[in-house]
Design a protein around this ligand. Sequence first.
Ligand code: HEC
Length: 412
Amino acid sequence: MIRLLPLLLLVACAGPASKAELPVAKPAKPFTTSWHRDIQPLVEVHCRTCHTTGGIGTFTLDTFEQAQAVRDAMASSVKQGRMPPYPAAADCGGPFVDENRLTPAEVALFETWAQEGGPEGDPADAKVVMRPAPEVLASVDLTLQANAPYLPKGVDDYHCFVIDPQQTESRFLTGYEVVPGTRTQVHHVNLFSATRAEAVARDTAEAGEGYTCFGSSGLSSQNMVGAWAPGAAVVNFPKGTGIQLPPDRVLVMQIHYNVSTGTPLADRTTARFSYATQVVQAALVIPIADNGFTVPPNVTDFTPRNHPFPLVNNLMFGGQPITARLWGLGAHMHTRGTRVTVAHDSGCVLDIPKWDFNWQRQYFRKTPLTVRPGDRLTISCTWTNETNQPLRWGENTEDEMCIAFLYVTTSI
Ligand code: HEC
């Protein structure tokens, strides 16, 4: 009240006659967007799961001032579909659990808000919105790390660590979380299970902690358990399902280190697991792939002529074709991939129209898809090869892959 007083006095003294000479308080064209009314609710739901203190986003969007300072970058990142990072196409395979997308109208709001200079608007317009709670593991039953910190070598280093749960009886993994030791250089992590005998033999054959590997664990007994890449959430497998881990198996954590800064930091990445002694349906991660492709030199957005590549014969278990419930899937290519699509007789299953090596994740369906023996399941991969060498399947960075990991249960 006291603060308002001089202004009131001024108005009172000026009197009605000189009102027209006072500076106009309102702009000629009022802003159509407001931080409080339009942008903050979107940021809360779609961005702040990562862009907050302790999140994986490289900056925070906790306050109006912070958001206003990066309004142009925000507008261009949402317009170009880089943010929020959710590369799966909306019109294929969903609805998925944890989808994070903006509608075209919401993207337009970010753009207009940036063009208008990022107006704050009236705090009274603020809406109370609930940020989706960050996903947490249903329970943390097992926490594993390499035996010792590891110092990556070179710019790209692919290294496998044998992490032994030392179980005496069979268990089912029902979820996992990967916590990178050094976020700036852990590029991605793949989790496998393999027989203890094979994993330990491979580990001891190479001096130092872990062993060199690329693309996979390099072990013939490997089964995929999961994967982590920047942006990948905690994974709780669908309720009642889990991956069996017999006592003769260990876990292998394959880490791709990218040390672009040139100064490697010692890393000790942590993997946490939930497990159950029983599940309703045992799950498998079945990799299906075309490993016989050739991408010719100097091509843009090239898809091999035999794609969509039929994969139904790979949906086998114990030598038998299986009826499977497909609960979720992820795809994997290396850095020259531009698109990957998985399809089934019933329609599109997963489409990543702008493949981004840095945003790999698993997509769990809200309802599983039944895949029967004889059903056609296909994968289609597209690459841009700017080199003078043909690209083929292989484990090295300069090789390529075309693979989908299907999380399936085999009983109906
Ligand atoms: C899943 C986590 C996650 C979510 C959700 C997310 N971001 Fe990001 N964002 C990141 C990470 C990590 C980076 C840095 C790495 C990169 O650029 O890919 C980043 C980078 C950015 C950048 C700078 C680079 C660029 O692409 O322009 C902007 C701007 C940005 N985010 C805006 C947003 C906005 C706006 C939203 C919500 C609409 C959002 N982000 C949602 C994780 C996230």
